[in-house]
Write a protein that binds this ligand. Structure first.
Ligand code: ADP
Length: 307
């Protein structure tokens, strides 16, 4: 299986604090961690761990963080041939302040090179994209680039999965290029103006998105699992019961496992069940990438938890 990702690559800086600061206040923290992140990068590492040949298409800045992030991809066997080193700006950065007591956080992002990922980068990577079974996209790069990548892949008959995160509205044109759209509750509400509180609401929202031209919609519902909606059927796939440590990256693990399973030829319902399992494994560990399961871990988990 081959998966291509056009998306974001970040370095995340975490500081743990006894309380979050208010404007003008300085609070001394208890620890600092620097970890690779960005939805595009997380999903690429996840696909590779699950056994797909994975191409990452994106940009880093000409700085030490960019170097570290490319090294991280190499360690995880992600093909970095289509990652540009952008000399005009810095690597995408996120500052994450974590309140040790309440678990609340404050996050700021400086997208830097991520916002320079362009149609030209997509053109340069078309060899890889055309060869892929699946193109996996998110919304942390310019929307025009996302639409362009989806269109070029669709024209080549490559199935496109769009994880519309972080929540943002989409141009009408993009829906027809999408094989599977995977919003969470908040994202689906934003895309449809339907407040999603129940499974019935999710079905209503899903049908509306199908009418816009998508083949399948999967709305992820956190601990409630996910809903698969198509023109012909609706299926609820329950979540796996696990001990939650950190829900960061649940969506990334989910989308990667979905992409790899579809690339392997699994049907959409089976792929969604496997994606639920990958997400469940991810949330039993801390951090966006450290908990992403390998293929062996996922298969072992699926054997133990036959639904
Ligand atoms: P996101 O992380 O993108 O906001 P969700 O919260 O909907 O998305 O989670 C994505 C998937 O992760 C869910 O469909 C489910 O399979 C899994 N998941 C999330 N939270 C839990 C949980 N508490 N227990 C088990 N699985 C979960």
């Amino acid at each position: 299986m081959i998966v291509a990702i056009v998306g974001s690559i970040h370095m995340d800086f975490y500081i743990r604090l006894p309380k979050l600061p208010v404007p003008g206040e300085t609070v001394l923290g208890h620890g600092f961690t620097m970890l690779p992140g960005g939805k595009g990068a997380n999903q690429a590492v996840a696909c590779s761990r699950l056994g797909a040949y994975t191409y990452m298409v994106g940009r880093v800045g000409n700085d030490i963080f960019g170097e570290k992030l490319i090294e991280n991809f190499r360690k995880n066997n992600v093909d970095t041939k289509y990652i540009e080193v952008d000399k005009t700006t810095h690597t995408g950065i996120a500052f994450i302040l974590l309140d040790e007591k309440t678990g609340e956080n404050m996050i700021t992002v400086a997208p830097g090179a991520d916002y320079n990922v362009s149609a030209k980068d997509v053109d340069n990577a078309m060899d890889a994209i055309s060869r892929s079974d699946i193109l996996l996209l998110q919304l942390e790069i310019p929307i025009d680039t996302v639409v362009y990548a989806a269109k070029r892949a669709w024209e080549k008959g490559v199935r496109v999965i769009l994880n519309p995160a972080p929540a943002a509205s989409l141009p009408d044109e993009i829906y027809r290029y999408i094989h599977v759209l995977t919003p969470n509750r908040v994202e689906a509400s934003l895309l449809t103006n339907i407040n999603i509180e129940s499974r019935e609401d999710a079905v209503k929202a899903g049908k509306l998105l199908i009418d816009k031209g998508v083949d399948y919609v999967i709305i992820t519902l956190g601990a409630e699992g996910s809903m698969v909606i198509s023109k012909d059927f609706v299926r609820h796939i329950p979540a796996y019961k696990v001990e939650v440590v950190d829900t960061t990256g649940a969506g990334d693990a989910f989308n990667a496992a979905l992409a790899v399973s579809l690339a392997e030829g699994k049907d959409i319902v089976e792929a969604c069940r496997i994606a639920n399992a990958a997400a469940a494994l991810q949330i039993t560990k801390l951090g966006a990438q450290s908990g992403l399961p390998t293929r062996e871990e996922l298969e072992e988990f699926l054997r133990k938890h036959r639904q």
